[in-house]
Write a protein that binds this ligand. Sequence first.
Ligand SMILES: C[S@@+](CC[C@H](N)C(=O)[O-])C[C@H]1O[C@@H](n2cnc3c(N)ncnc32)[C@H](O)[C@@H]1O
Length: 359
Amino acid sequence: MTAEIEANGDAGVQQQKTEMEKPTESNENPSEPVLSKRAKKKLAKQQKYEEKKAEKKAAAKEQKKKEVERKRKEWEESIASIPEDEKMKLIESRISLRKERMEKRTQEKNDRKERLMKAKEQGQNVVVDLEFSHLMTPNEIRSLVQQIMYCYAVNGRCECPAHLWLTGCEGEMENQLNKIPGFDKWIIEKENKSYIEALEDRKDDLVYLTADSDTVLEELDLNKIYIIGGLVDRNRWKGITMEKAQEQGIQTAKLPIANFMKMSSSQVLTVNQVVEILLKFLETRDWKTSFFAVIPQRKRSQAGSEENANNTVEEEEECEHRDDLVASKKQCVEEEDCEQKDELIASKKQCVEETPSNC
Ligand SMILES: C[S@@+](CC[C@H](N)C(=O)[O-])C[C@H]1O[C@@H](n2cnc3c(N)ncnc32)[C@H](O)[C@@H]1O
């Protein structure tokens, strides 16, 4: 069985024969799809992955439960031998501390909501084009979903957030996004339609950001709508967003990376890096600061670093620090909407404090 997959809804952008397999066995149950050996292997691998993930999740939950119980016991033991009046004072101060923490979190949540609502009215519109899910493996789709979660969390912490759009949100991509706790409450525009349909009357303002464009982005214009290709592809689909934009007759632009730093390989960045750069630029109006704050050290060439030796130590340190924090930030995103869970308070607080995104 061979399938041709179109790169997007428009005919002819890019077609690719996929490695859909030939069935190797006769199908005993005609209502079930015939799977080749390779597809079966892939499916089994996927199932194993899901099982392991569920096991890990259950173990982590159990571990947390134990930790909460251990702390509770520790606390009870520590106050057991204290006179009654002192004990009452200690308990009261603990309750009031907890209340303060809760109030602070509620305040932060309300502030974030207010900033995002303001961005919806008058902020910079940024679209993530999700029409490429058929070109990605399940792992790549999961990775993109993680990146989107991260973008939303970083945007929410910004003093000057953008208004995020997810367009072409359908099929597996939509399924995965819907699994994010609290996704339905996100302050974004979620569209099943493609951006070209959803923003039909703004076609002249659409600018597809792509590393393959000849146009260098100088500024961010509030009247424009910047589109980022929702792809995790290790640039397997080289040029796909450029071709798509050209076919649709919309403007394109690349980030002015080359004006400020040399990269060790290509200038193709991940979705979350591009979103973060845009957010940092909205705050600072300075590309150099934005690139150095977001692009990891390992992606910059040594020559580039030497040439830019006049960059402040703080810039470099912030970036390295940032690299180290990627893992913990990823965790933060996952925890972003689980605020009701007491045991997550500490790590979430740490996440907010540790994130060096100053915007
Ligand atoms: C992982 S890249 C996808 C690369 C893909 N092969 C393509 O042709 O766009 C994710 C998206 O980030 C944006 N992007 C990445 N690097 C960029 C750059 N240097 N300038 C402008 N946009 C960039 C583009 O919108 C791109 O589609």
